[in-house]
Write a protein that binds this ligand. Structure first.
Ligand code: GLA
Length: 394
């Protein structure tokens, strides 16, 4: 117990600090300025502006989501593309941590898939076909013999209906789109709602739902290219990556899963402990050769169907940390193996390994692998998927 005398001195000190702050003694004589009212905390906002116009004249809107913790996210209604994510480093300095183009023109073609919603089927379907309920559907082939990311005109190239929202301290934008029956060869009209919500905890949350009027297959993801040191700042080889996966789906030479769920142990795909992305990227491992780096689906360790950690990435210099949590069974880790030749925001030249992607998803080519978690959606059912990108500093 402190003595009454000590308690008295302590009380005097607290009162003096409250009245005069940390002034030097020769300042104390001046009467204290009236305490300024605390500045009102800026509100979280979702602001709509025009981003550009498509070749047919249609307007594309940009929603700028800003929270009260220094984070800002840009989302456009063309492809649900995240055009920017500005987050503080450990000194509080903000940088844009996603790659992208300066203007809409770049996003209209967007060969690397910078930042969009990807569907109807994210990643590959072998030989551009699958059989469902005894009927074979032929799809558009846009990656050699395979269908990649929904075909020639995937959801990344659709204009979505959009509506901003604010619920207390959370702001966001809700996107809606119906893909007609037969688009790119997929059966059934698919109606989707995707919400992007920014919280004051620097978490960007993507919530997807979908319904269909005929049996179909669905696999949706978001294809952000992250560089936690700031887009255009160089390669990501020193970023430390952890992937919460004991197993992955090995691929053949055309990046189609063989069907096996293989252990990562003893391979360059073992990211169960934080490891620099570049540490083993030049390995002679056949999987790394086939992917021209990392381009693999990992089987997330999970016990239930709730949000579970998929991956955590830390950039040592800035201290920025990204945690990806999802309800999906898999995550594609792609080390941006084909970026050379893209000029991005503010004239930045992008190069291979200038970013990393963590695409939460069902496994590639699931419609042709009955042992994989199903991607079939039937009338009367609702597809639901939730992924959170949580930013912090260390
Ligand atoms: C995914 C694929 C890659 C590549 C990128 C986009 O990650 O698996 O092979 O297509 O998307 O270029």
């Amino acid at each position: 117990m402190p003595s009454p005398r000590l308690a008295c001195i302590a009380l005097w000190c607290v009162t003096a600090v409250a009245l005069f702050g940390c002034r030097k003694t020769d300042d104390v004589a001046a009467p204290p300025a009236p305490a300024a009212a605390p500045a009102p905390a800026p509100k979280a906002t979702a602001v709509r502006t025009t981003f550009g116009h498509l070749p047919d004249g249609a307007e594309v809107a940009l929603y700028t989501l800003t929270n009260r913790s220094g984070m800002e996210v840009g989302v456009i209604d063309y492809g649900g593309i995240v055009t920017s994510i500005k987050v503080p480093d450990r000194q509080g300095a903000r940088a844009d941590v996603v790659l992208g183009f300066e203007s809409l023109d770049g996003y209209v073609k967007n060969p690397p898939y910078f930042g969009p919603i990807v569907g109807r089927y994210a990643n590959r379907i072998a030989k551009a076909q699958f059989t469902l309920d005894g009927k074979t559907y032929r799809l558009a082939a846009n990656s050699g013999p395979n269908t990649l990311h929904g075909g020639i005109k995937g959801f990344d190239k659709a204009v979505w209906q959009s509506e901003p929202f604010a619920h207390g301290d959370e702001v966001g934008v809700a996107l809606t789109h119906t893909s007609p029956d037969g688009e790119e060869g997929f059966p059934g009209a698919l109606t989707m709602h995707v919400t992007f919500t920014l919280s004051n905890a620097n978490e960007l949350s993507l919530d997807y739902t979908a319904t269909t009027d005929k049996p179909t297959v669905v696999n949706l993801t978001h294809h952000d290219y992250f560089n936690l040191a700031g887009e255009g700042s160089g390669d990501v080889l020193a970023h430390e990556l952890l992937i919460n996966a004991d197993r992955y789906t090995p691929v053949d030479a055309s990046l189609i899963p063989t069907g096996e769920l293989a252990s990562v142990a003893g391979t360059p795909l073992d990211f169960r402990m934080p490891t620099a992305i570049g540490a083993r990227i030049k390995s002679d491992d056949v999987q790394i050769k086939r992917g021209s780096g990392y381009d693999h689906n990992f089987v997330i360790n999970r016990t239930g169907s709730d949000l579970t950690l998929a991956a955590r990435v830390e950039e040592p210099k800035s201290g920025r940390v990204l945690e990806v949590r999802t309800t999906e069974p898999g995550v594609q880790f792609y080390s941006a193996n084909f970026l050379n030749g893209n000029t991005g925001k503010s004239g930045h030249e992008y190069h291979d390994r200038g970013a990393f992607c963590l695409e939460t998803q069902h496994f590639p080519d699931s419609p042709n692998h009955p042992t994989f978690p199903t991607t079939t959606l039937r009338p009367g059912e609702q597809f639901h998927s939730h992924t959170v990108y949580a930013f912090s500093v260390k």
